[in-house]
Design a protein around this ligand. Structure first.
Ligand code: MEV
Length: 340
């Protein structure tokens, strides 16, 4: 059975736009001809970020309480985007929107190269926090654009188009985010392929925002630089992260929270060695551990962004949210994996 995820935003950033739908995976609704609507969720990486870029495995799961939604109509005017960040023609969009513009262009090129579209984006996923904003926006956009142009993408076509946008976002994406934002539950990811994982005991997780912008492109470049300048440090850290990811899967299957927590704590240390830590992340991870979390680590690219903390049960997760908020996190979410 596919593991089910239920996530609730306890204290998320106040949405600045209408909330995206919580309904199932993209596409959404029964569109009229020439129109498409789709959504993709936020995601959190449990373990394996950065080592995944070098072909090692990673485990990720959706945060279904935050999502991006795209509404698209065909038009005869030049293609246009309306989003929180920008209103105007595709051609005039600022550099910051390059991944979104790439997603629109890639979907048009794949389905109907001469078409023009009007794309509206609604998202409550905070950007630059390592919770999948760029991949989710791209996922919603490519599905809605192709749907408006008369085609429903296969999962692999959708993945390839999101990857085009992710390459514009940060150069050499592993594909983990592109898969995770479209997944209905936790995934084991390696080299583009995904497997579902067995969950032996319910797993309660808290994701807390450090308030510091994460910089995935710089973080991935920093790790590449460690690989160049200190190969033995890189090799030791990456093979440890790879082994810890495999161990985490075993602990998840066995329902061993203490073992999983220890693996998460160790992964946090190795990510620090690779140069993607940040004092704000160390501070929040330490606050979670002081609050009884069996394990806490940075999640996503690092150098800012979010921490992930394991909780014993839903009540403990709520306590950790309060503790992390008191420790300075501007927002936190919970998510859990059910036994499956
Ligand atoms: C970013 O969310 C995850 C990284 O491993 C980069 C990637 O997988 O492409 C840091």
């Amino acid at each position: 059975m596919t593991p089910k995820i239920d996530a609730s935003a306890l204290r998320g950033d106040a949405p600045t736009q209408p909330r995206a739908s919580r309904s199932a995976d993209a596409p959404v609704g029964d569109p009229s001809p020439g129109a498409g609507t789709a959504r993709a969720t936020g995601k959190v990486i449990l373990i394996g970020e950065h080592s995944v870029v070098y072909g090692h495995p990673a485990i990720a799961l959706p945060i279904t309480s935050i999502s991006a939604r795209a509404e698209v109509t065909m038009t005869t005017a030049p293609s246009r985007i309306d989003s929180e960040l920008f209103h105007g023609s595709l051609a005039a969009a600022p550099d910051r929107l390059l991944p979104t513009v790439t997603a629109v262009r890639a979907a048009i090129a794949a389905v109907s190269p001469d078409a023009q579209v009007h794309v509206r984006i609604l998202s409550d996923i905070p950007s630059e926090r390592g919770v999948g904003s760029s991949a989710a926006v791209a996922g919603a956009v490519v599905s809605a654009v192709s749907q408006a142009l008369g085609r429903v993408l296969t999962p692999d076509e959708r993945f390839d188009l999101i990857q085009d946008a992710e390459r514009a976002a940060h150069g050499s994406p592993s594909g983990l985010d592109a898969r995770a934002v479209c997944a209905p539950g936790p995934i084991w990811f390696q080299q583009g392929a995904i497997e579902h994982i067995t969950v032996g005991a319910a797993l309660h997780l808290v994701v807390a925002d450090s308030g510091v912008r994460g910089r995935t492109r710089e973080a991935v470049a920093a790790v590449r630089e460690v690989r160049r300048s200190a190969p033995s440090v890189f090799d030791a850290a990456v093979s440890s992260l790879s082994a810890l990811t495999t161990l985490a899967r075993t602990h998840i299957s066995a329902g061993d929270l203490a073992g999983l927590g220890a693996a998460l704590n160790a992964a946090h240390r190795h990510l620090g060695t690779l140069g993607v830590g940040d004092p704000a992340l160390d501070h929040l991870a330490a606050a979670a551990r002081a609050g009884g979390s069996p394990g806490a680590k940075l999640t996503g690219g690092g150098r800012g962004g979010c921490v992930l903390a394991l909780a014993d049960d839903p009540e403990h997760a709520a306590e950790l949210v309060a503790r992390l908020r008191a420790a300075g996190a501007p927002a936190a979410w919970t998510t859990h994996m059910e036994i499956a």
